[in-house]
Structure formats: C-alpha cells, structure tokens
Design a protein around this ligand. Structure first.
Ligand SMILES: Nc1ncnc2c1ncn2[C@@H]1O[C@H](COP(=O)(O)OP(=O)(O)OP(=O)(O)O)[C@@H](O)[C@H]1O
Length: 601
C-alpha cells in the first residue's frame, strides 16, 4: 500500500461500524507524480484533486501528453511509489485507502490495447472470465456469458477467433467490446478505461460509450475513462468531465452549460453552433504557441473558480465499506480452467502442434536415413564406426532437447500481457498459472520424442538386444525433451522479451554441448571451466544413452567406447542427475516468473 494511503488509516472508522456500499466514489487529493528520467525528475501530475462519481460517466479529456493515462494508472494503483518514481497525495475509494489487490476486488481496468488471446473465440474469452471471476453453477455462468454477448451485441461473432497477427479474427470495435465485456462480466463497481474509442469509427465509438453510460446509470456504477476528440453525441453522454493540460486540471464539472460558462468567464467563449468538445480541444492543444501562453489563464481560472468546489465534494464523500466482487477459486479449479484454455491454444495453433509434429518426424527420418543401418558389434567395427555411433547418439540428444527448447522459450513471453493482466486481477496465482501451463505443455514434450525415437531406433540400428535398452533410450529422449521445456521456460521467464530470450539461447546451448563429452574428452577440461559439465543436461543425456547403447564385453569393439569417452557415471546416475536438472530449472523458472511479474507491474 502506498505511503499516502497509510497516513490516512487512523481516521477510518472500524470496518464493522461502516455501512456496506452499493456504489463507489473514487476521490484523489493533491496527487503529484514524478518520474526520474535521464534529464532529471519529470513531474507528470502536478497536484491534482478530483472525484470520479458513482452512477456517472466520468470522462478525462486533454491534449496529448497531458497526463490522462498517467492519472488513470495512478487511480488504478498501477503507478505507486518506487525507486524511479514518487507518488504523493491521497487516493481513496469511499474515503478509504486501497492498494492494487483491494482495487481488483471492486474495480476493473480496461487498457488501451486489447489484451486478448488470438486463438480464443469471443465466447471463450467471456467463459474464461465468468469461470474465474464469478460465483454460481456452470449453468449460471453460461447464462452470464450469453447475457454479456447479447448486451454487447456480439452474437454474430461470438464463435469467431479474436485474431491477431497470424490469425484472422473479429473487427477492432468487436475486440474493444470483448475487452470491455471481459471486465464487465464480474459486475465491478468501478470500471476504468484508457481510450476505449481510439481507432474506432464514430458509430462504434458511440455505441461503446452508450453501453458504458447504461452500465453507470442503470447500476449505479462508476465509469471513468480517458478519451480523445469525442463527437457531439458522445460528449452529450458525459456526466462529469475533467479537462487536463500539462499535468494539471483546467476544468472539472458537468459537460453541459457549466463548462461553456466557465470558459466564457475566463475569456474563452465557445462559438455558437460549435461543438464544445472541438472548441475546448482546440484551445488545449499543446502544439499551438498561443494555447501554451494561455495555459496559465486556464490554471488560474480553475484554481479560483472550481478547485475549492472539488475539494469540498471530496470532503463530503461518505465513508462506506467497499463492495467485494472478486471470487476465491480453489487451486485445482484454477489449474483446470487454465489447462483447458492452454490445451485449446495449442490445438488451434498450427505452429505449436502440427508443425512441431512434422518437425519431430522429418528430423528423425532424416537422421535415420543418414545413419541408416549402421554397422553393429558383429560387423567387424572400426574406430570410425564407433565415432559415427557416438555422433548419432549425441545428435539424438540434441534433437530432443532443441525441438522442445525453441517453442518453450516463447511460452511465457507470448502470453506475458495476458498473464500480467489476469494475475493482476487475481484470477489466479503465478503458481496455478505455472502448473496449468506445464500440465498441457508436457504432453507434446513427452509424445514427440517418443515418436522420433520409434522412427530412429531401428532405422539407425541401435542396440535392441533387450527391451529395457529400447525403453531406456526412449525415456532419456523424453527427459531431454523435458530438459528443453524447463530451460525454455527458464529463458522465457528470465527475459521479458522473446527476442532477447531466443537470441540468448545459443549462448547457453553452446557450452552445454561443448562440455557434454563428445567434442572434448570428459577428462580433458581445464579445471577453471570444467565445472560447466556438471550443469549440462546434454552431458547427462549423452552419458545415459552411451552407457545404454554399448554392451562391451571384449567383443565387437576394438576398445570399450564408454572407457574411451571417460564416462564413469552409470546410466541410472546420469538419469537421476538429468531429473535433478529438470526440477531445478523448473523451480528457477517459477521464481523468475514471480520476479518478472513484480518487475513488469
Ligand atoms: N515513465 C515515464 N518517463 C518519462 N516520461 C513519461 C513517462 N510516462 C509518461 N511520460 C510522459 O508523461 C506525459 C503524460 O503521459 P500520458 O501517457 O499520461 O499522456 P496522455 O495524456 O495519456 O497522452 P495521450 O493522449 O497522447 O495518450 C507524456 O509527455 C509522456 O511522454
């Protein structure tokens, strides 16, 4: 909880003596928000005070860069005191402090960018939100989803994918309505929206604001949003308007005659027949020197005539218990819902399913053909044959590791924004998200190496004297694939940017390969760097398959190939080490995901 809110706690009455609120008024007093930049501190909000009223449409307008989004972030507790930013002032809901956790129990925030998963349909998005955000039986939740689709007039596209860069999907307006519906389904008492109409045609923009207006008026909800250049129709729907310029307020009040009167009184009369929104935007625009010179007049006008009134309203806000709309689901339920969604995503994404299956089959066939029916122990083996066999064993290990590593690196970065938004709203915990993902991601990580192994094993002519040898080989291939999954997770969670994570992957892979015992003998590493072999999953996988393959009893091979490689560890011990590495990498990636979440929020 921010410092400012702590200060206020003593004046709050004990919770059990307060009336339970049906509505929420957000008030803020003397908010100053400063960020550190390379050129020194920059104050983005310069002591603003105001109110977002319940049952009303509160619109924040202003010139570009005035600080509208910053104010919204502050009210949603997304901008708090930290090393590189300071926040001063009071932010209250029904005269009570709230932090980001508390915020998610009574309010919702729709960001400017639509953060939705592209391979989910509109209905599935609502279903996911209803499952985790609302109470009731499955039937009641389905009913809520259908109602929301009807209310937002999304019937026609309810079964269409959201779409994105690679998948064709719904229109921009439908996407925006889906983002709003995703939040409204839990019936929050307050909803904040950052530019809900940007990029939309005037009819769609009007229909969205009209919908929000109904939500506020019919249910006594607090709707607050930033908006650029509204049409007259949209302007007429605003109940409470805040105008901002250069981090300060220049107007706060209703959008009807009062706003026109106020600006007339300070010398800026809106021309008759002119849209007040267009006129006010034109006198606020920071691109005009004349406007910038006039800013001081606007500030003085606001301070002298309106600020005290706003402060009085803040003081008169009653103290009431904040409504609690959020739902606490069991861990198992959260994992189930997340795993179901992840399963759909994988099934529908051709790169995540079919392409990977084809990759596993084609690479296995290719290796199988290149090393087809290699000479075995009964074929008068030369040292060259042993080297070839070592080579193909090593290649199998690399293949299994790499085929899983590459897609896994993208696992977290590709859904980062969705995860941050949903975790922020406390729909689930980092732990349940992590488990929900693993449960689904592990399926291809197990199946694909089995398929590759079954293709390769007899094509190459690996040791099939006993069934256990075949099973051990397959098991090690699966473990290598799981190691790829774990290291992919690790890279994806340690670096928030997918590009950074993928470009760093070869840097990690190279030493693992170098210290696996094939390119340089295991006993020849310099001591200062030789320790890398102990953390190389490729080394343990290679030892396991080498020991499993060669059955040296003096026959067939000129020398014992295992001894030549200087592998003293048994197959079993190598498998244990590999399992240990997989577990440690998974634990580390979970910790990194926790840290990453905090850093990004
Ligand atoms: N972390 C930051 N560091 C430095 N400057 C910042 C930071 N965040 C925002 N700003 C600056 O603060 C000002 C206000 O930004 P904000 O996004 O709140 O404006 P806005 O009114 O929403 O603008 P627009 O309408 O163009 O979206 C801008 O000049 C922006 O460049």
């Amino acid at each position: 909880m921010s410092q400012i809110n702590k200060k206020l706690s003593p004046i709050i009455a004990p919770q059990n003596q307060l009336p339970i609120a049906t509505k929420v008024n957000i008030t803020f007093k003397d908010i100053k928000y400063t960020v550190k930049t390379s050129k020194g501190p920059k104050q983005l909000l310069k002591g603003v005070s105001g109110i977002c009223k319940s049952g009303k449409i509160n619109a924040i307008l202003g010139s570009s860069g005035a600080g509208k989004t910053t104010l919204l972030n502050v009210l949603c507790q997304r901008a708090v005191n930290a090393k590189n930013q300071t926040l001063e002032g009071e932010i209250l809901a029904n005269s009570q402090p709230y932090d980001s956790d508390k915020f998610s129990t009574f309010a919702a925030y729709v960001m400017q960018d639509d953060i939705l998963l592209e391979t989910m349909t509109v209905k599935e998005c609502f279903q996911f939100a209803a499952n985790l955000k609302t109470k009731g039986t499955a039937e009641e939740k389905n009913q809520k989803v259908d109602e929301m689709i009807r209310e937002l007039r999304l019937e026609k596209c309810q079964n269409t994918f959201i779409g994105g860069l690679f998948v064709k999907g719904i229109s921009g307006g439908e996407k925006k309505r889906t983002s709003i519906g995703y939040e409204l389904i839990s019936n929050p008492s307050c909803i904040f929206l950052d530019e809900p109409t940007s990029g939309l045609d005037s009819f769609t923009a009007y229909s969205i604001i009209h919908l929000l207006s109904n939500y506020a008026h019919n249910n006594d909800k607090t709707v607050t949003f930033t908006i650029h250049q509204p049409s007259t129709d949209i302007w007429n729907l605003f109940d409470h308007i805040i105008l901002m310029v250069d981090g300060q307020f220049i107007y706060q009040g209703d959008g009807k005659q009062n706003i026109i009167n106020h600006f007339s009184s300070i010398g800026f009369s809106c021309p008759i027949k002119s849209n007040p929104s267009d006129y006010l935007m034109s006198i606020m625009h920071g691109g005009s020197e004349v406007n910038v010179k006039n800013y001081e007049k606007y500030f003085q006008g606001y301070k002298n005539k309106l600020e005290q009134q706003a402060i009085k309203e803040i003081k008169n806000t009653s103290v009431e218990i904040l409504p609690h709309n959020s739902v606490q689901n069991s861990i198992l339920y959260q994992i189930k819902v997340l795993a179901e969604r992840q399963f759909k995503i994988i099934k529908r994404n051709p790169i995540l399913s079919r392409a990977r299956l084809a990759q596993a089959i084609i690479t296995a066939l290719f290796i199988g053909l290149v090393f087809l029916r290699m000479p075995g122990p009964n074929d008068n083996l030369s040292q060259r044959d042993v080297q070839d066999r070592n080579g193909v064993l090593f290649l199998c290990i690399i293949l299994s590791f790499m085929l899983q590593l590459n897609p896994s690196i993208l696992t977290f970065p590709s859904q980062r924004n969705v995860f941050l938004r949903e975790e922020n709203q406390k729909l689930y915990t980092v732990f349940t998200y992590f488990l929900g993902r693993i449960i689904v991601d592990i399926i291809p990580a197990i199946i694909f190496p089995i398929i590759s192994s079954l293709i390769l094993y007899w094509m190459v002519g690996f040791n099939d004297e006993e069934a256990l040898r075949v099973l051990t080989f397959i098991f090690v291939m699966v473990l290598m694939s799981l190691a790829g999954l774990a290291f992919g997770y690790l890279g994806g969670s340690a670096f928030s940017d997918a590009k950074v994570a993928t470009s760093l992957a070869p840097l990690v892979l190279m030493p693992f390969m170098l210290f696996a015992g094939l390119y340089k003998n295991a006993s020849d590493y310099a001591s200062w760097i030789g320790w890398i072999q102990y953390i190389s999953p490729i080394k343990y996988g290679f030892i396991a398959v080498v020991r499993n393959e060669y059955n040296y009893e003096g026959q067939g091979y000129i020398q014992d190939p295992v001894k030549q490689l200087n592998f003293t560890m048994s197959t079993q011990d190598a498998i244990y080490c590999l399992v240990g590495i997989v577990v440690v990498a998974l634990i580390l990636s979970f910790i990194f995901l926790l840290i990453l979440k905090k850093r990004l929020q």
